[in-house]
Design a protein around this ligand. Sequence first.
Ligand code: C2E
Ligand code: CA
Ligand code: CA
Ligand code: CA
Length: 279
Amino acid sequence: VKESGKNEVLFFNTEMQQSLMERIRIENCLREAIENNELSLVFQPQYDAHSHGLRGFETLLRWNSAELGAVSPAKFIPIAEETGIIVNLGEWVLQKAMERFRDVHRTCAVKPILSVNISVVQFMEPSFVPMIQRILEQTGFDARYLEVEVTESVCICSMEQVLTALHQLKAMGIRIALDDFGTGYASLSYLQKLPIDTLKIDKVFIDSIIQERESHLMVGSIISLAHHLGIDVVAEGVETNKQLDYLQSRGCNYIQGFLWGKPLAGSQLEELLSKQPER
Ligand code: C2E
Ligand code: CA
Ligand code: CA
Ligand code: CA
């Protein structure tokens, strides 16, 4: 074994150890995050691609840790999922988001849809559907304005269990969105099998619409396939007018992205809504 080889192994181990320790630190802090009032929600608007009318908002979780500072969801959500902390976090998100939007719906003329991300770990809990039911009753939020975003990763679970839960949610009047479409393992056939109302095309495809012919064609085909199945399409991460032009030309229904709106704090919702024409 060469000297440099040894050093590399040593370096690699230190790095692994560091990242393991970081994960443990994040995990420990995350367990206290709700109690310590470190979590908050922001809401990103979704607009009709053609009329620019407001459709609704996606709820996004933010964590400002006293010990670690702001930690991005891309970092802490996977740890929350692996440790099961996501079950409590996810319930907190649903509770707070529905409380906030119950008030918004009471006071504003427009009634935006409230979209909430649901982790597969949360979704597979037997208590998931009853928990949603309970929060709906507790908050008085109208289920017809609630949309749950699940990812293709639910498909790794038993199809029967997934279908049962999704049909229960549908029977309650809740909308189902399939999130991050195209990044997971699911085949197109899931679009037909699952009772989906909305399909969200992932930002990675939207990013490459203009440069790459393949993803350009792919986004166009996904939109027409979804429409054939009676599913609405939301394009995520739309940042440029060129992307918007293309999506409009292909009949994409809704746009979510920094071009038309960054996530807002809950306190900013009324101001944005007061500027919306009534639908
Ligand atoms: P996601 O569900 O795909 O959410 C969309 C992400 O794209 C958000 O990142 C949003 O801020 C970002 N985004 C939207 N438009 C643009 C754009 O035009 N440009 C760019 N650069 N980014 C844009 P965020 O808030 O950092 O969330 C990352 C991921 O963390 C989410 O991806 C979702 O998977 C997860 N996440 C966030 N909140 C929750 C939650 O409450 N529960 C669960 N289970 N997951 C969550
Ligand atoms: Ca989402
Ligand atoms: Ca997404
Ligand atoms: Ca994503």
